[in-house]
Design a protein around this ligand. Structure first.
Ligand code: ADP
Ligand code: LRH
Length: 486
């Protein structure tokens, strides 16, 4: 039996999960969580940061716990949220706390960049959606700071943690594709783009594919550290238990990443206008998807209520939301107002009022509005992804923490008019383990082969559209017209 530790850092929690694999013809993976630690923004001096050393401690505790439980590990792989980075000085020391992508310093920066490189040109080259937090915008926002001036290297978060474990500096390509500095077609650094924006080429480390040996850590004996799909969404997509090719996926956690797996990028003007992104997937695939603001809005609502001393327990709120009539109020949660941390119930009420709808009054109505609005956004994104890429879709796979939200899964089936297959909850960790196991020679084959192994151990649930008498297709279509207001 082989054992691999997946370090998966989500925006709401980090976890170390051990995947044990019995090789052979009916190989399957057993996942076992050995450490989970909270994660979230830390406000320091008016800016939002990550507590990267706290995360590293959580990783080390997890790896020690893993070793106690299974003995020597056959590998470690690290994935995390995208875009954020640490800067290193000439001695390889970290320069300051990495910024959190929800920090406001990038407000207005995309337009500044587009004055140098027009948005259509940048999209044609990098295929990346415009989000204010893309690494390229963060770096332009940081110009003139002492940290950037003295930086001699940049490492994205999983690469930084991998460097601390092994001493080896590299940029794994799936996450590098979220920087806005990678050519979407060649998968090489777009050095001319960096140069045009005054970003030093010397900051960018050598690129590595997922599934290579990065180095070894000697903290727990000599353990190999493998590159995996170090962007959590890339690892989650590896774990989608699809049996055919016509599937859409929703990686449903703090964010909802909604899209398709393609073999080449879609760089058309229509695709840019719809803000679809072409992120690099494992094995040369393209993750063609849209960012939907996701369960973040629910997380922040619960935090707001708790801070105000109101009881707000997730399972109770979801049960209450299931009793609220469907599609009473729907809002566009992708607007910039919902990006920073804060009082989401008030922001939702303001958006409802702006679009001429009744603002949700109770907690249950607010939660229902969030879930209906997410399902509506999924409907739009799945249909647009299929239209823009010319692909057909016959099933939607949901992976990530949102799998536990049965109401949201049923609403997703209703809104998209497609069956939803929900699971696994720990998609990124499973994809991380599968890619390590193949790199180590325990598994072999294509992504489809890895998916078949991953699916074998899973408890999946299927939701059929209309199974619980939810709104009709006509009602979802009408609701779409309400989010933009009269
Ligand atoms: P991330 O990786 O971005 O930190 P996760 O994939 O862990 O996110 O998903 C976290 C989300 O999962 C939470 O915001 C919550 O909405 C949802 N979730 C977790 N547990 C449950 C549960 N028991 N019931 C419903 N939803 C849940
Ligand atoms: C999800 C995710 C997403 C990015 C965002 C910053 O965790 O990696 O794919 O867009 O975080």
């Amino acid at each position: 039996m082989s054992a691999f530790a997946a370090v998966d850092l989500g925006a709401s929690s980090g976890r170390v999960i051990v995947g044990t694999i019995e090789g052979g013809g009916d190989a399957h993976v057993d996942l076992h969580e050995v450490n989970r630690f909270p994660n979230g923004p830390v406000r320091v001096g008016g800016a939002l940061h990550w507590d990267v050393l706290g995360l590293y401690r959580g990783i080390l505790d997890g790896l020690r716990a893993a070793t106690r439980e299974v003995g020597a590990l056959d590998g470690v792989g690290i994935d995390s949220w995208a875009v954020d980075y640490g800067l290193l000085d000439a001695d390889g020391e970290l320069l300051g706390n990495p910024f959190h992508y929800r920090d406001a310093r990038t407000d207005g920066v995309p337009d500044k960049v587009f004055a140098t490189i027009p948005a259509p040109d940048l999209y044609a080259r990098t295929g990346l959606q415009v989000q204010p937090f893309n690494t390229v915008f963060q770096l332009v926002a940081a110009q003139g700071t002492a940290a950037l001036a003295s930086a001699r290297g940049l490492l994205l978060i999983p690469d930084l943690l991998g460097y601390w474990l092994t001493g080896v500096r590299a940029a794994e390509v799936t996450n590098a594709s979220t920087t806005g500095l990678l050519d979407a077609t060649t998968r090489e650094w777009a050095l001319d783009v960096a140069a045009a924006l005054g970003i030093s080429e010397g900051l960018l480390p050598p690129l590595r594919d997922a599934g290579e040996l990065l180095g070894h850590t000697t903290l727990l004996g000599e353990v190999p550290v493998w590159t995996v799909g170090s962007h959590d969404t890339a690892s989650a997509v590896v774990a989608v238990p699809a049996t055919g090719t016509d599937f859409a996926y929703i990686s449903c956690g703090t964010w909802s990443l909604v899209g398709l797996e393609l073999d080449r990028p879609v760089l058309t003007e229509q695709s840019r206008a719809a803000n679809f992104t072409n992120e690099a997937g494992v094995d040369g695939t393209v993750r063609y998807l849209r960012n939907v603001m996701g369960l973040w809005v629910l997380q922040e609502s619960i935090r707001t209520w708790n801070d105000a001393g109101l009881p707000a327990d997730l399972p109770d709120l979801l049960a209450a939301a299931a009793r609220v009539p469907a599609l009473t109020t729907v809002v566009d949660l992708d607007g910039p107002a919902f990006l920073p941390p804060g009082d989401m119930p008030s922001r939702i009420a303001a958006e409802a009022a702006r679009t001429g709808q009744t603002p949700p009054q109770s907690q249950a109505e607010t939660v229902r509005c969030i879930l209906d609005s997410l399902a509506l956004a999924y409907r739009r994104a799945v249909r647009q992804a299929a239209d823009l890429s010319g692909r057909s879709v016959d099933v939607v796979h949901v992976v990530g923490g949102g799998v536990r939200n049965e109401l949201l899964c049923q609403l997703t089936a209703d809104a998209t008019g497609l069956p939803v297959v929900a699971g696994p909850v720990e998609g990124a960790a499973l994809g991380n383990v599968l890619v390590q196991a193949r790199a180590a020679g325990v598994l072999s084959g294509s992504l489809a082969d890895l998916r078949a192994v991953g699916a074998r151990g899973l408890d999946l649930r299927r939701y059929e559209p209309g199974a619980t008498g939810g709104p009709s297709d006509r009602q979802w279509a009408a609701a779409e017209g309400r989010v933009d207001g009269p």
